[in-house]
Design a protein around this ligand. Structure first.
Ligand code: 3PG
Length: 208
């Protein structure tokens, strides 16, 4: 599977911060019940790798990837845990080289035209615009479309139910990502019904 195919399967990608691997499977089921099919688990917590493994074991129908990768060892650990795609807030030479031998899609983060061109030079034509709202959001994406026509984006950072549809309507946007579908307090209280509702709302935006 290439990065474009992955994004089309999205096209809303929950960005998950999980502190307790024991809730990973219930959380993933809640998102799937709301229509999500691609999940990104951020490598920001000690539980992340175990959470990914459990999701991969229990939900074979879902595509599970690793986010917030900053180093080669992190990418290797994520692949070992079963990551089916990898996402980074940026791009380093080390990550670019690790990604080329990873065998799964890698979506590097970019915030400027030069970063986008650099990532394109490295062979990555699908990029994460991050942090999307802070660096210009929809207006930046519209401004990039003319000079950088070959690139497609997955904006992340500050996306929510109120602005996701506008992002998804941009021709150079393939998918959006965000943590708004999995609020900390909902995970903490195991309010799976709320997470399913948020996911269903997002799925409706994506297909509406
Ligand atoms: C990410 O890692 O992609 C972002 O932190 C998600 O941004 P958000 O929390 O603003 O959705």
């Amino acid at each position: 599977m290439d990065a474009l195919t992955l994004m089309r399967k999205g096209p809303v990608i929950p960005v998950i911060v999980v502190n307790d691997a024991a809730v990973a499977v219930d959380l993933a089921h809640a998102l799937v019940a709301g229509g999500m099919t691609v999940l990104e688990v951020t490598l920001r917590t000690k539980a992340a790798l175990a959470a990914m493994r459990r999701m991969r074991d229990e939900l074979p129908e879902v595509i599970v990837g690793a986010g917030t990768l900053r180093t080669r060892p992190q990418m290797e650990a994520a692949l070992d845990a079963g990551a089916q795609f990898c996402v980074s807030p940026g791009l380093t030479p080390e990550l670019a080289s690790a990604a080329r031998s990873a065998g799964v899609p890698f979506i590097p983060g970019v915030a400027t035209p030069s970063e986008a061109m650099h990532a394109q030079d490295e062979g990555f034509l699908v990029q994460k615009l991050f942090p999307a709202e802070a660096v210009g959001g929809v207006r930046l994406l519209q401004a990039l479309a003319g000079p950088l026509p070959d690139l497609r984006f997955c904006p992340t950072g500050g996306i929510h139910a109120g602005n996701a549809a506008e992002y998804l309507a941009q021709p150079n946007v393939m998918a959006v990502g965000g943590s708004w579908l999995t609020p900390d307090d909902a995970i903490g209280t195991r309010d799976w019904a709320r997470i399913t509702r948020l996911a269903a709302e997002a799925a409706a935006l994506a297909h509406g």
